[in-house]
Ligand binder design. Structure first.
Ligand SMILES: Cc1cc2nc3c(=O)[nH]c(=O)nc-3n(C[C@H](O)[C@H](O)[C@H](O)COP(=O)(O)O)c2cc1C
Length: 193
């Protein structure tokens, strides 16, 4: 079941977006990208960065026990369940997505029948110090989110040479910023029928 997903421009000012950021680094360019993406949400939208990704234990079914879940996993699942959409921002490490984001998606994808992430619209973006703009990380993040059951947009947004790409919380390149805005717009919810 898809919660909300449309190609219409953003219209609902009450949308609630959860942001997953895969770099834990102080001064992260992926965090800068997340901020630049959030700046394109419609006025009145709520965006929350889930900043406890590093506290989540590595996913294990032995820990995923109803009534005995790690508190941080409960918080994550509640945050995903409350979200109208996800913005997933990941660096590329050794040719794939960040393990922090992967682990967060794994926790949000269970229990399978009632998974908080199921049907949740999602967009994927990445910043990389290399000119290739983390293409593999983005591809893998899309596939991972698809398998997890999210309603992920297949188009992604990548920033290459990311250490020179941001100023004052925005992308320096206006064309790139327009592409980012267009991708964020695809998270727009429509009222439930
Ligand atoms: C272990 C490691 C592996 C990396 N592998 C890749 C890679 O495969 N592709 C790539 O574009 N950048 C790679 N990088 C560079 C990252 O893009 C860069 O260090 C950084 O994480 C950019 O994101 P940040 O500014 O948000 O931390 C790697 C960096 C590290 C530390």
């Amino acid at each position: 079941m898809v919660k909300h997903l449309t190609n219409l421009p953003p219209g609902d000012p009450h949308m609630n977006v959860l942001v997953l950021v895969g770099s834990l680094r102080e001064g992260s360019t992926n965090r800068a990208l997340a901020d630049a993406a959030v700046a394109h949400l419609p006025e009145g939208a709520t965006a929350t960065v889930f900043d406890r990704g590093a506290e989540l234990p590595h996913y294990s079914e032995d820990l995923d026990l109803e009534g005995h879940l790690p508190e941080v996993a409960v918080e994550l699942r509640e945050a995903v369940a409350a979200a109208d959409g996800l913005i997933v921002v990941t660096p590329e490490y050794n040719g794939t997505l960040s393990s922090v984001v992967k682990n967060t998606i794994d926790w949000a994808s269970r229990p399978r029948e009632t998974a908080a992430i199921s049907g949740t619209p999602a967009v994927v973006m990445a910043a990389s110090g290399s000119p290739y703009a983390a293409q593999w990380a983005r591809q893998d993040a899309v596939r991972c989110l698809q398998v997890a059951g999210a309603a992920v947009v297949e188009d992604t947004f990548g920033v290459g040479s990311s250490f020179e790409a941001f100023a004052d919380g925005r992308l320096v390149d206006a064309e790139a910023d327009a592409a980012l805005r267009a991708l964020v717009a695809r998270l727009a919810p429509v009222p439930a029928a």
